[in-house]
Design a binder for this molecule. Sequence first.
Ligand SMILES: CN(C)c1ccc(C(=O)NN)cc1
Length: 328
Amino acid sequence: DFGSVSTDPEKHDVEYLTPISIGTPPQDLIVDFDTGSSDLWVFSTEMAASDIKGQTVYDPSNSSTSQILQGSTWEITYGDGSSSSGDVYIDTVTIGNLTVPNQAVEAAKKVSSEFTEDPNNDGLLGLGFTSINTVQPTPQNTFFDNIKESLDARLFTADLKHGAPGSYNFGYIDPAAYIGNISWTPVDNSQGFWGFTSPGYAVGTGAFRNHSMTGIADTGTTLLLLPKSVVSAYYKEIQGAEYDSDQGGYVFPCSPTPPDFVFGVNNGIVTVPGDMVSYAPVDTANQNCFGGIQRDTGIGFSIFGDVALKTSFVVFDAGGLQLGWAAK
Ligand SMILES: CN(C)c1ccc(C(=O)NN)cc1
């Protein structure tokens, strides 16, 4: 068995939104697939109306297959401080042509303002490891964990694009989706993430610098967050770049295009093109741009978010416990 679903970027590629169906008859919601977390939670009819601004909500009472998971609750806080919480139903969930009949669907009762303020996002679908699912008293399997035994291969791939629709595929590697070879690197899932260590980096056409960077492949984080020393080495090469504490990160003149950023994956490399490093203009006046590469200060590890992932075809291989990165 295998499947595929399209995923679309919001403005500035801030997040990627993917359609799913829940319940009987199917309720269609659009959610953020997140390899950096492991809860499938959605806006629901159990929320206060004031917390809902345009989102589509899951109504378990309108699904003949929903069953409340008695006594279970969940509560999650993300790296950016956003949060949500609620209770749990078991219901059928379909992604593309793949269906899990008894998927734990975490219905929100409360969400923080970051979620209320995004009318296009109806929830999150965690693709991290089940060990960090927040349901109490019994953690619940992710969609991928529930379906992976029935897939032809226990893996999924992320093909995120800059300003264009991409796809998540389950159970197969599409040879037409990438070029060259896939660079494989072992995954450390001890913290519940798709963790790996990059051996180093290069700035533009400069020499490769050996510098271990341990982090996670996280489709739910927008930027590429790296060690302070690596980030300052990169921005040192951009005329007029500076750390702007008001903006909360490095800002630089939007033109000329900044240098590429290259990071290692095992004995291969991934190139973030300079024109993907300019994340977004900070103001129309003097055309300064907020950088897509920023410090990982305070997190405890680096985060290879969408700025890194959208340059590549990435294989999240649970069977082999490895990550594969390829150019496209
Ligand atoms: C507010 N929103 C939509 C978020 C979505 C995902 C995340 C995250 O850290 N994922 N790994 C944070 C925030």
